[in-house]
Design a binder for this molecule. Structure first.
Ligand SMILES: C[S@@+](CC[C@H](N)C(=O)[O-])C[C@H]1O[C@@H](n2cnc3c(N)ncnc32)[C@H](O)[C@@H]1O
Length: 213
């Protein structure tokens, strides 16, 4: 199964131990937060992990109802612990390689460092499913690990985040920014752009057009 390492407590533990240490990450996440409307009520997080992004968004969105999807039991256990007693958050076990389950409509769909584990074909079809379940005017914000244009830049990124290249996730299927922005435009998203980028960390955003009239 692609991404199988995420189902082990060891891999999950190593990631969570250093999740706050990635340079510039907080900056990218705060730009994501700026583009999710404060009054967004239903927010879906794809590959939620321990619920890091839902927790950040929930700080100044008291009315928000969040749904976090992930296929990793150890991650979901960490998310359950984080959100214990918080009825605003629902956690759903789901493999993103499969079509999204019926979850209703959302004002925002977010994702952080997760979709790059899917095949390119599935990334594109998932973006299409996201478009369908967004409300008109809704935002898709994908804070993502993207491909560098050259091997040298890829090596430099790993040096910059202080991780040996050998520790690269075996399931990483990195894709360049331009291809992904092109797909979002083809699918009908408006205002598509890379809103923030540092080396291989990028924030890709598109807005589903609002209904006219
Ligand atoms: C780098 S972690 C990011 C977690 C969280 N979004 C964050 O920002 O801290 C990648 C997440 O993607 C999840 N993931 C990877 N492949 C997946 C798949 N096929 N279906 C569902 N979740 C997946 C992993 O279980 C893990 O929680």
């Amino acid at each position: 199964m692609p991404g199988e390492e995420w189902t082990t407590a060891d891999h999950v533990g190593r990631y969570l131990d250093r999740a706050d240490e990635y340079p510039r990450r907080a900056e990218g996440e705060s730009v994501l937060g700026e583009h999710v409307p404060r009054d967004a009520r239903r927010i879906l997080d794809l590959g939620t992990g321990d619920g890091r992004v839902l927790a950040l968004l929930g700080i100044d969105r008291r009315e928000m109802v969040g749904v976090g999807l992930d296929f990793s039991e150890p991650m979901l256990a960490a998310a359950r612990e984080r959100f214990a007693g918080d009825e605003r958050i629902e956690l759903v076990r789901h493999d993103l390689a499969d079509p999204l389950p019926a979850l209703g409509r959302f004002e925002a769909v977010v994702s952080s460092m997760a979709i790059h584990h899917l095949t390119h074909e599935r990334k594109r079809s998932l973006y299409g499913e996201v478009f369908e379940l967004l409300e008109p005017g809704g935002v898709f914000a994908n804070f993502e690990h993207v491909a560098s244009p050259t091997r040298r830049m890829h090596v430099a990124f790993f040096a910059a985040i202080g991780e040996p290249l050998e520790d690269e996730d075996p399931s990483d299927l990195l894709l360049d920014v331009e291809s992904q922005l092109g797909w979002l435009r083809e699918l009908g998203f408006d205002d598509v752009d890379c809103y923030w980028k540092w080396l291989e960390m990028a924030l890709l955003i598109g807005i589903k057009p609002a209904r006219r009239g």
